[in-house]
Design a binder for this molecule. Structure first.
Ligand code: ARG
Length: 457
């Protein structure tokens, strides 16, 4: 079963075999391994390094292995060290001698570097499409809620009124940046390591440009030692996934707060909630909590690969086999979290009345009351003090600024007139904020148009 038994006189210790083996996890990229091998032999035949008939036999053999793995007829059995040995052993078993030519001019070092890149590249595309679906869901909420008022917070204290569209719009920008990070990673990693050999290239006249083009790379990598020992793209992806999870986690934290009995801004749908085994009344936001929790696990993958790579001399070292398990887990975890989060906000309902009255009752219009005074000639610092007195007065009576009589306003400052009520109404407070990026409806509509254009591409 070994690809390398020739120079050995003893059987590998069983524990050593198990410790060294990676098939249990690198079987995840069987498809990419076969795809890479097909490109490799296609190039070998074009260069006259193997016969055309051998190429055909090998490709047919590889395709039959692919089919049998996919329909469950071929199982990954633990006597094989890794996916590369597994595929080669089965190929030789199926087609005999031509199969022994597959590995000409190739090492498992450039092979695994290729497989991991192909796998990561496919996942980057899938992650990007999941993020796009999430953005479409966020956009729907934005379009429907440019006039749904709610308090904006700083320090989790009510600050100034915003809209639900504006609040969701903040996350739209975050996930948009996440997508652009994925695009960057794709572009930077998209060079083919195959042909780097073990570390120093090969003496066969390989056409690396051709192999790269067969696999849709932008070209071959330019240093064979770097090719087999570069895992920067895994680190970059783990970093991008960590950022995505951080964004999801913040959003989840807000939804958990909004869904609490105290806030009641949103209702997470029954289908995305869970109950308690003892307290019959409970409906818990477990999905949001789990997404928040799984963030730690993805950060762990980033820390793990960074630590693994930090002391490795050039070129390939077996440490690098440790790039896979945590990375696969982080990719699957993040994909699952994006999909679940999207479903959760698609089904969530918003208690617009509660949001609006919360915005009304927390003095979120105090800044606007001060601005009113400034517009009537009062210096800002004095205006700030006057409105502070208004707030104190209201707190004593348990009312909001809008509930004060004009006489009460005037008792604190004679500058106030009847038009103060309009100046501090929620609608005015929001709609006057018209600089681009602000919550005012006109400004928000412009941003929505820009972002819809972005989503249409
Ligand atoms: N299973 C190995 C990995 O995942 C493949 C490369 C092995 N190469 C070697 N010379 N041991 O990194």
């Amino acid at each position: 079963m070994k690809l390398w038994g020739g120079r050995f006189t003893k059987e590998t210790n069983k524990l050593v075999h198990n410790f060294n083996a990676s098939l249990s996890f690198d079987q995840k990229f069987y498809k990419q391994d076969i795809q890479g091998s097909i490109a490799h032999v296609t190039m070998l035949a074009k260069q006259g390094i193997i016969e055309e008939s051998d190429k055909v036999a090998i490709i047919n053999g590889l395709n039959s292995i692919l089919t049998d793995i996919e329909n469950g007829h071929l199982e990954f059995t633990p006597e094989h060290e890794d996916i590369h040995s597994f595929v080669e052993a089965h190929l030789i078993e199926r087609i005999g001698d031509p199969g022994k030519k597959l590995h000409t001019g190739r090492s498992r070092n450039d092979q695994v570097a290729l497989d991991m890149k192909l796998y990561v590249r496919d996942e980057v595309v899938e992650l990007d499409s999941l993020l796009k679906t999430l953005l479409l869901s966020i956009m729907k909420v934005m379009e429907e809620n440019t006039e749904t008022f709610m308090p904006g917070f700083t320090h989790l204290q009510k600050a100034q009124p915003v809209t639900l569209a504006h609040h969701f719009g903040a996350y739209f920008e975050m996930f948009k940046r996440d997508r652009s990070r994925l695009t960057d990673i794709y572009d930077r990693m998209n060079y083919c390591p195959l042909g780097a050999g073990a570390l120093a290239g090969t003496t066969y006249p390989l056409d690396r440009e051709y192999t790269a083009s067969l696999l849709n790379f932008d070209g071959p990598t330019l240093n064979s030692m770097d090719s087999v020992s570069d895992r920067d793209y895994v680190i970059e992806l783990m970093s991008a996934l960590s950022t995505i999870m951080m964004h999801l986690s913040r959003f989840c934290e807000e939804i958990i707060i909004w869904n609490s009995n105290e806030y009641r801004f949103v209702n997470i749908d029954d289908s995305y909630s869970t109950g308690s085994s003892i307290m019959p009344q409970k409906k818990n936001p477990d999905i949001a909590e789990l997404i928040r929790g799984k963030t730690g696990r993805v950060y762990g993958a980033l820390t793990s690969i960074l630590t693994t790579m930090k002391g490795i001399p050039l070129a390939y070292n077996k440490d690098m086999q440790e790039d896979k398990e945590f990375a696969f887990d982080a990719i699957d975890t993040t994909k699952g979290c994006i999909a679940l989060f999207t479903g959760m906000i698609d089904t969530m309902t918003f208690n617009k009345q509660v949001m609006e009255s919360s915005a009304k009752n927390g003095f979120t219009n105090a800044t606007d009351a001060a601005d009113y005074l400034v517009n009537h000639g009062v210096p800002f610092r004095d205006a700030h003090g006057i409105v502070g007195q208004l707030v104190l007065f209201c707190e004593g009576k348990g009312i909001s600024l809008d509930d004060m009589t004009l006489d009460e306003f005037k008792a604190i400052s004679p500058v106030f007139e009847e038009d103060i009520y309009d100046a501090i109404s929620l609608k005015t407070c929001v709609d006057k904020r018209l600089t681009i990026g602000a919550p005012g409806k006109e400004a928000m509509d412009k941003v929505i148009a820009i972002n819809k254009e972005y989503l249409s591409k």
